[in-house]
Design a protein around this ligand. Structure first.
Ligand SMILES: Nc1ncnc2c1ncn2[C@@H]1O[C@H](COP(=O)(O)OP(=O)(O)OP(=O)(O)O)[C@@H](O)[C@H]1O
Ligand SMILES: [Mg+2]
Length: 407
């Protein structure tokens, strides 16, 4: 069900909000990430490790692993904020899809700009030459993990507390073997010789982690900790919603314009994935405003779910190993048909490996393939599921938004 975006004033008039608080596109600065952050299992340890590093009593090499939309980038930003608040510097690097040499060049140049940011004790010749670095020199650095590692470490050491935050690591896995080796060796160089006061954090899917662990055991064995992303509990979902609503409320002490039951029902339907929760609630807010209502209530959610619920319920019944694919097909591609490459990209997977999985799902009868080789969930699957489904059961939960003290 597609919902058009209402005029911005309507949010304020009806819901007392400056904008739709769940739209994630315009997000967000590191400070905002901290302000909106809901701590989940493991985050106490994560923040303690960062704090220790900032205090100078240690360093940290960590991996944040979990599915898309589970909060990996958000956590990197929380780390960034902690370090910047302490007067340190952060090198955030999204590996992004590009060729091996391009990725390494960008990494080298980013590190050099950070290094050049300080005026004292800069390596001779380094200052200001990030844009004009001669090709032969770049080529020489690019082919040496030790040199790349040195440049990055040099930049970080001078700005301690400092961090290098590597996001989107699945793209590094997909570079050719040679460049992949240089990239991960360079990281190994950094973590092997980094002094106190430095955080090296890598964010990736669980599948990417397994691959790195398999191909670069000398790197993964140096990890101080691997943090797994967990689904939001209903309490956490309520907290996440309350933080966002409060951030965009015109009057901070006003009533919450969304029913708790809506949040809990939505969170259960999408199995606690923050990105999917925000997406569903964002549409519910838009629909509320379009209907001219003053509360995002179960009636609004119910009318949205007439279409969506059978799809999500279908996904939820599938075995765990195929759930991510089904969620992506249903949620991002509206059931499909979708091309292999597009699904692989959404899954952060290598197309040839993703194909094996999708074919297995076809054989298992979960999805089908059209004549152009695209994969889809046949719409009648949802209908069948729906007929089997009983009436919405009454919620068993007893949760409330935590009222924050208004200062
Ligand atoms: N613990 C949390 N507290 C508050 N907001 C969160 C939390 N986890 C995730 N979010 C929000 O959920 C959305 C998805 O999170 P994020 O972008 O960090 O996911 P991701 O794992 O990096 O996925 P992708 O790489 O696909 O974007 C973001 O809008 C983020 O702000
Ligand atoms: Mg991310």
């Amino acid at each position: 069900m597609s919902i058009s975006t209402p005029p911005i004033r309507a949010y304020e008039k009806l819901l007392g909000l400056k904008r739709n608080p769940f739209k994630t596109l315009s997000i967000i600065s590191p400070e905002e990430a901290s302000a909106l952050f809901v701590k989940q299992e493991g985050d106490g340890l994560l923040l303690a490790m960062v704090a220790e590093t900032i205090a100078g009593s240690g360093s940290a090499f960590i991996a944040l692993t979990g599915p898309k939309g589970s909060g990996r980038t958000h956590r990197l930003m929380v780390i960034e904020d902690s370090i910047e608040r302490a007067g340190g510097k952060v090198l955030y690097f999204d590996v992004a899809m590009a060729s091996g040499p391009d990725i390494l060049d960008r990494l080298i140049k980013t590190a050099m700009s950070l290094s050049a940011g300080i005026a004292v004790k800069i390596k001779r010749g380094l200052l200001g030459y990030t844009e004009t670095i001669p090709e032969e020199e770049l080529e020489e650095i690019r082919s040496s993990p030790v040199k790349i590692g040195d440049i990055i470490l040099d930049a970080l050491e001078k700005h301690r507390p400092a961090a290098i935050l590597l996001d989107g690591l699945h793209n590094a896995i997909q570079m050719g073997e040679y460049w992949r080796f240089i990239f991960f060796e360079a990281i190994r160089e950094i973590v092997s010789s980094m002094p106190e006061g430095i955080v090296v954090a890598m964010a990736m899917s669980n599948g990417t982690y397994e691959k790195i662990d398999e191909s670069f055991p000398a790197l993964s064995s140096r990890l101080h900790h691997r943090f797994l992303m967990h689904p939001l509990t209903n309490e956490e979902a309520l907290m996440l919603v309350e933080r966002r609503v409060r951030a965009y409320q015109v009057h901070r002490s006003a009533q919450m314009p969304i029913e708790e039951e809506v949040v809990v029902r939505a969170n259960e339907l999408i199995e606690g994935n923050p990105r999917r929760l925000l997406k569903l609630l964002s549409r519910a807010v838009d629909l509320t405003v379009l209907l001219g209502k003053r509360m995002v209530d179960m009636e609004v959610l119910g009318s949205m779910l007439k279409v969506d619920e059978p799809k999500f319920e279908y996904v939820k019944k599938a075995v765990d190993k195929y759930k991510d694919e089904l969620f992506v097909l249903v949620d991002e591609f509206d059931g499909g048909p979708a091309e292999l490459e597009a699904i692989a990209e959404a899954m952060e997977a290598i197309p040839s490996e993703e194909r094996v999985k999708l074919e297995a799902m076809v054989i298992a009868g979960l999805i089908e393939k059209d004549s152009a080789g695209r994969y889809y969930v046949p719409p009648d699957r949802f209908l069948k599921e729906r007929e089997e489904k009983e009436e919405l059961t009454k919620p068993k939960w007893k949760l409330r938004f935590r009222r924050r003290k208004i200062r």
